[in-house]
Design a protein around this ligand. Structure first.
Ligand SMILES: Nc1ncnc2c1ncn2[C@@H]1O[C@H](COP(=O)(O)OP(=O)(O)O)[C@@H](O)[C@H]1O
Ligand SMILES: [Mg+2]
Length: 439
């Protein structure tokens, strides 16, 4: 069976919910202190690494593979070999894989932490709050994604040999946007380990919405499959809605196999036909008719952006993000500071997960069902509680373990202390003064 039955890392697992681990906890040389998200194959934690000289202040994300998959030897071997390849990538538009570990049956990947939102979250937030994502931002993000793909598809080792690294899961949730305006693609190649026999139908539905027709059919894929997926993202950014929708009970995977692409809605942009042509060429059903390189598509997109005066910089994009998502940033930072402060106090601290009954905290990946959205002006939709970032989803409480709530109050401790001392003193006094029935 070709490796291209590979599907997605996202699926029917709840994207938020309680951390499986009691936090903080140690894993290899990392101290995990906050649960920040959940995907189809892993739980994500924020962690600090330990060095010979003590804890490093820089934060990393630990992607801990769920035990069902970690114990599957074939899955583990495939994942490790692909993650090792991804770890060689070093580019400003690619999330750096820092480490790969296996500790007592636990399989994990340590990677650079991107403080911000993923593109899916951004689009959903925009829709929910009725914020228009400017077209300049959409095109900027897209050009950066293409830059990442061009680099990975033609990755050159130090010895000059070229290795083609195909992403296989180019989708909005793997496009991370930092509050500084950086755009970074994560999870390169790791979807390869998630073959169809390891997934439920729901998991397959999870991201079939971003598959090339050849990937959906389970045929061998090459970089042009990623270009098709990037074409879907561009189509959605321009149209303000999801491209593929499951209708009449037909599985999304079947829709993806057919790859029927409706025309993009006109929005009055300069030289708009040119822009639509770019998206349509990326979305050609036949890989031969697509852009053959992501760099070719990026160059055409950049030419269009320059000609239409629709350019922006990372700094401006970061300012826009920070302006509109300041709350998330502050919340995230506060929550992280609390979790870190608790860590400083030592191990007897637990981070309490939210109850799983919270609406939206469980059940199928909302992406599979909803029609998210994207719009350069009116934009898309996303979950109210971001599954990433130590933000709203996991509110840590710095409660010292082993003491009841009453005894946590300093006055209560004093009161109990006074009671004990008073009682003992009274007893001694009573004995000395002839208690116990002295004559
Ligand atoms: N390096 C990272 N830094 C910050 N957030 C991350 C990082 N990697 C992943 N995330 C967040 O965690 C979420 C879950 O990740 P993942 O397990 O890969 O699931 P998905 O299938 O949604 O991509 C992502 O959607 C993203 O918001
Ligand atoms: Mg991912």
């Amino acid at each position: 069976m070709p490796d291209t039955r590979t599907l997605t890392s996202s699926g029917n697992r709840p994207r938020t919910g309680p951390a499986r681990r009691q936090l903080p906890c140690e894993l290899g040389r990392y101290v995990l202190f906050d649960h920040i998200g959940r995907g189809g194959m892993a739980d994500l934690y924020l962690a600090r690494s330990r060095t010979t000289y003590g804890d490093a202040t820089r934060l990393v994300v630990i992607k801990e593979v769920i035990p069902e998959l970690a114990s599957d030897e074939h899955f583990a071997t495939t994942l490790i070999s692909e993650a090792k390849l991804a770890a060689r990538l070093s580019h400003r538009n690619v999330v750096t894989v820092e480490d790969l570990g296996r500790e007592g049956g636990v399989l994990y990947i340590a990677m650079e932490y991107v403080e911000g939102l993923d593109l899916r979250e951004l689009l959903r937030s925009c829709t929910k709050r009725k914020i228009a994502l400017p077209i300049v931002s959409s095109l900027f993000v897209h050009a950066e994604v293409l830059q990442a793909l061009e680099y990975a598809h033609h990755f050159c080792d130090a010895d000059g040999s070229e290795t083609r690294v195909v992403h296989r899961d180019v989708s909005p949730s793997n496009v991370l946007l930092s509050f500084d305006g950086e755009v970074k693609l994560c999870d390169f190649g790791i979807a390869i380990a998630m073959t169809a026999d390891r997934m439920t139908a729901e998991v397959i539905e999870g991201k079939a919405g971003y598959m090339s027709p050849e990937q959906a059919r389970g045929e061998p894929i090459d970089p042009r499959s990623d270009i098709f997926a990037a074409g879907i993202i561009l189509w959605e950014l321009l149209s303000g809605r999801r491209l593929y929708k499951a209708a009449g009970g037909e599985p999304l995977l079947e829709v993806a196999k057919r790859a029927e692409i409706p025309p993009i809605k006109e929005r009055g942009l300069p030289d708009e036909k040119r822009l639509h042509q770019i998206a349509r060429r990326a979305l050609a059903r036949d890989p031969q008719e697509r852009y053959q390189r992501a760099g070719e598509m990026r160059d055409e997109l950049n030419e269009y952006r320059a000609g239409a005066k629709l350019t922006t910089s990372a700094i401006r994009f970061g300012e826009w993000l920070s302006e509109h998502f300041a709350d998330e940033r502050v919340q995230g930072r506060r929550s992280r500071e609390r979790a870190l402060a608790a860590l400083e106090l030592g191990p007897p601290v637990v981070i309490e997960p939210l109850p799983p009954s919270r609406p939206g905290a469980s059940g199928p990946d909302p992406d599979a069902a909803s029609a998210p959205s994207v719009d350069s002006r009116a934009s898309g939709g996303r979950p109210s509680a971001p599954s990433k970032g130590p933000a709203a989803s996991q509110r840590p409480s710095t409660k010292p373990a082993g003491r009841g709530p009453f005894l946590q109050h300093p006055l209560a401790v004093l009161f109990v202390y006074a009671l004990v001392v008073g009682g003992v003193s009274f007893g001694i006094l009573w004995l000395l003064t002839g208690g116990l029935g002295a004559p």
